[in-house]
Design a protein around this ligand. Sequence first.
Ligand SMILES: [Zn+2]
Ligand SMILES: [Zn+2]
Length: 360
Amino acid sequence: MAKPYYDILGVPETATEAEIRSAYRAKAKKYHPDLNQGDEQAADMFKKVNEAYETLSDPQKKAAYDKPAGQGFGGARAGGAGGAGRGSFFDDFVNMFDTDARESGGGGDISLNVTLTFEEAAYGVQKDVSVTRNEPCAACRGTGAKSGTQYAKCNACGGTGKVRFAQETPFGRVVSMKACSACGGSGKIIKEACPACNGRGHVRKNVNLRITFPAGIEHGQIMTVPGEGEKGKHGTKPGNLVLMINVMPHKIFRRKGLDLSVDVPISFTQAILGDKILIPMLKGTKVAFPLPEGTQNGTVFKLKGQGIENVKKGVTGDLLVTVDVEMPKNLTKEQKAKIKELSELIKPDQYDKIKEFNRR
Ligand SMILES: [Zn+2]
Ligand SMILES: [Zn+2]
């Protein structure tokens, strides 16, 4: 049985990096919040897909995830039909505790769409992102208590902040501790609430965060900024800021991974005779390129290393130039006569494709 992350992306555990990446892209697109507005199930799936990809796209995290579970609950991941069912139960079990931990006051994740220009994504950029989130209240320093007022010990948990709770499981009754809901895990009850935040300990605030988007970031990619989501109460763990990257299309360049492509129109005479043509670069410069004589329409020339550079990985893509041969229009009588004269001079066997086609 596949591990959940593989199931979520719909790939086998033997999937290659490229297969995982392509499955992720398809799923992220399918469940993207922009395309499923107000659909909570899709939003949930979108989150799961990103979570799965974050682990499976990182060789170290993936290796840790792929390891058998080892000791706990008798190594349920060891494989075999018997262990499989227990494996998935074990996961649910773990998730249940994760949820409890989160509900006890940790901050939630914030998802935002960020739009970058084609060039910003290609070269990387530092940008301010505006986030509205819970921030600790300054008036009460996040405690929720009116300044100077006292706390009382929470009766529900006796001031420990934790309560015992029992859970029936196939392994029997499991008793564990969870955060006290009466005091939110602080063990203290506020006597008088802070007027600035109504005792919540946090206020909604708009903050500008300077985010560095790395060169080579792609459309549809998810970028997680740890700890920049909702700030939790009483110094608990803050959530993450999850950025969904939109990259605007370019007027003439297209992009696939680190490779750029561009269509360059040339005249039919340049195609026939060859010429030195100027190829535009994304940076705005132009590079001279010796177009060989007899270039056919649709020919693709690869300019090595002229694509996008991924500084982190130390690799650079190529620029793929597709030649688009253009025929002149509105020819004068004289021009037509000259071309006709020329066409009679060219022998039929100088046309490879026509010759081949007529032979069949
Ligand atoms: Zn306050
Ligand atoms: Zn309590």
